[in-house]
Write a protein that binds this ligand. Structure first.
Ligand code: SAH
Length: 454
């Protein structure tokens, strides 16, 4: 019989869902309970009851799982960031591995055992980018932190354990400036107020930092004072930027950036290549794990000196540039103009003369390249979470590269696209999950697809 709302039931947690909740069963009904661990024996209080599943919260832990560890962050489960601070990293990796395997087998119907997941050496302070919403508490106090899960309530948190320690002090400095200057805070309900987000980026190798204020306007009062206190607070700050976002939207960044200090970008080193990062370009948030991911992608690409390599969804060109010395020609495609500018600049910065970058939608660009007679030997794709449009896969199949290397941040869409590729003559040979986001629900994968011989 299906459970009812407010009922208390005893269950054992058997697995972890893709959203990070523990899953157990009552009769045959799946029950999702957040902040649990595989092996927990609990009493759950049901807060939502549907026909074929229910959601509960922990009412009592009867016997804790052996995977549990003490939680070391005060904001855990309130800030919407980490999902796994309460379990060992080993069990987190096991859960992520299983999720990738299940997606490939069940969604993609691909009979494959993924390789061992590549875990991180460092689970804290690994991020190089943070976006902190700014708001007012119900009492009218300034709050800076992260959105609570499934809400737009800001959880006050300025020292996130996933972020560099330097970010905490920079936030402190900006907070002081907000409080001493005539600066209003954005109100999502009426669209009034100036400050929306603080957006920070740090280049892991060079240490350079970019501070960006996202504002509902074109300027800030006492900008010079802000800049001088920031650069005296932290000498690694190389760039202070305003990003203009005057739209009623959940998208954090607007299209326009105004420099207050520096050139508007910072420079990092990734896979031995210097990489310029500007505010609007995508850049991998975990530098060390990204190098492992790219290393695996390079291994799967098996490039030769006379190969043409197509890097679709190339961002600032980083994956392609990490392999450009292995090939005759690299072609990168990316839809964000600033990222393409960065990619071109990055090629030049590294003395690369055999790369070109095209600013276009992957679908249109792939078609145009094919129509021009370009038939790459290897194609790398690294789409956003929603995966690739089917037309992109079709055009790649028409181009008939020997290998496709698929870098994915969502195992479900990877599985769907691999199944589609399989129908177009490509076989999934290997998949390696890589943990780019320890303590969160996210998991990255790299897959090697090979053209079947006809
Ligand atoms: N390969 C890069 C970026 C990966 S993130 C890296 O490793 O850093 C995915 C990228 O795809 C983003 O830069 C995003 O702007 C871009 N993108 C999203 N939709 C796209 C589309 N339809 N066509 C081309 N690029 C797209």
């Amino acid at each position: 019989m299906a459970v009812k709302k407010n009922e208390e039931i005893r269950i054992k947690i058997e697995s972890i869902s893709s959203q990070g909740s523990g899953v157990g069963h009552f009769d045959s009904q799946a029950i999702f309970v957040a902040n649990t661990a595989v092996g927990d024996d609990i009493v759950a209080h049901i807060i939502k009851a549907k026909q074929n599943y229910a959601v509960g919260i922990i009412s009592k832990i009867i016997k804790p799982s052996k995977d549990r560890i003490p939680v070391d962050c005060e904001a855990f489960s309130r800030c919407g960031g980490c999902a796994y601070r309460h379990i060992s990293y080993k069990s987190e990796l096991e859960g992520k591995y299983q999720r990738v395997k299940d997606a490939l087998n069940r969604i993609g119907h691909i009979d494959i055992t993924p390789n061992e997941i590549i875990g991180a050496d460092e689970c804290n302070r690994y991020r190089n980018k943070a976006q902190y919403p700014i708001g007012l508490s119900p009492k009218g106090d300034l709050v800076i932190g992260f959105y609570s899960p499934h809400s737009h309530r800001i959880c006050d948190c300025t020292d996130c354990l996933l972020q560099p320690e330097e970010f905490r002090d920079i936030i402190g400095c900006i907070k002081k400036w907000i409080l001493t200057t005539e600066c209003t805070v954005y109100n999502e309900k009426n669209g009034r107020g100036l400050l929306r987000h603080i957006y920070l980026r740090r280049a892991s190798v060079t240490g350079e930092i970019m501070v960006c204020l996202v504002i509902n306007g074109k300027s800030v009062p006492n900008g010079t004072k802000l800049v001088s206190s920031l650069i005296s607070e932290n000498h690694n700050i190389k760039s202070v930027v305003l990003n203009v976002n005057q739209k009623d939207t959940n998208v954090v960044l607007g299209d326009e950036c105004i420099n207050l200090y520096g050139d508007g970008y910072i420079t990092d080193v990734l896979c031995s290549k210097k990489i310029r990062i500007s505010p609007l370009s995508f850049y991998q948030v975990n530098h060390d794990q990204a190098e492992k991911l790219y290393g695996k992608a390079r291994e799967y690409a098996q490039l030769n000196k006379d190969d043409v390599l197509l890097d679709l969804y190339c961002g600032a060109g980083t994956i392609g540039l990490s392999m450009v010395d292995d090939v005759k020609e690299l072609i990168g495609v990316e839809v964000i103009p600033e990222a393409i500018e960065d990619a071109k600049f990055n090629a030049e910065l590294n003395g690369v003369t055999n790369a070109r970058f095209i600013c276009d939608d992957a679908k249109g660009a792939a078609k145009k390249l094919f129509d021009e007679g370009i038939t790459p030997d290897v194609v790398i794709i690294d789409p956003p979470r929603k995966g690739c449009d089917i037309q992109v896969l079709e055009t790649i199949a028409q181009m008939a590269p020997e290998r496709v290397v698929y870098v994915s941040c969502d195992p479900a869409t990877l599985a769907r696209d691999c199944e589609r590729f399989a129908q177009m003559g490509y076989e999934v040979k290997e998949v390696t999950p890589v943990d780019l986001f320890p303590r969160t629900t996210h998991v990255e994968c790299v897959a090697k697809l090979v053209r079947k011989q006809v």
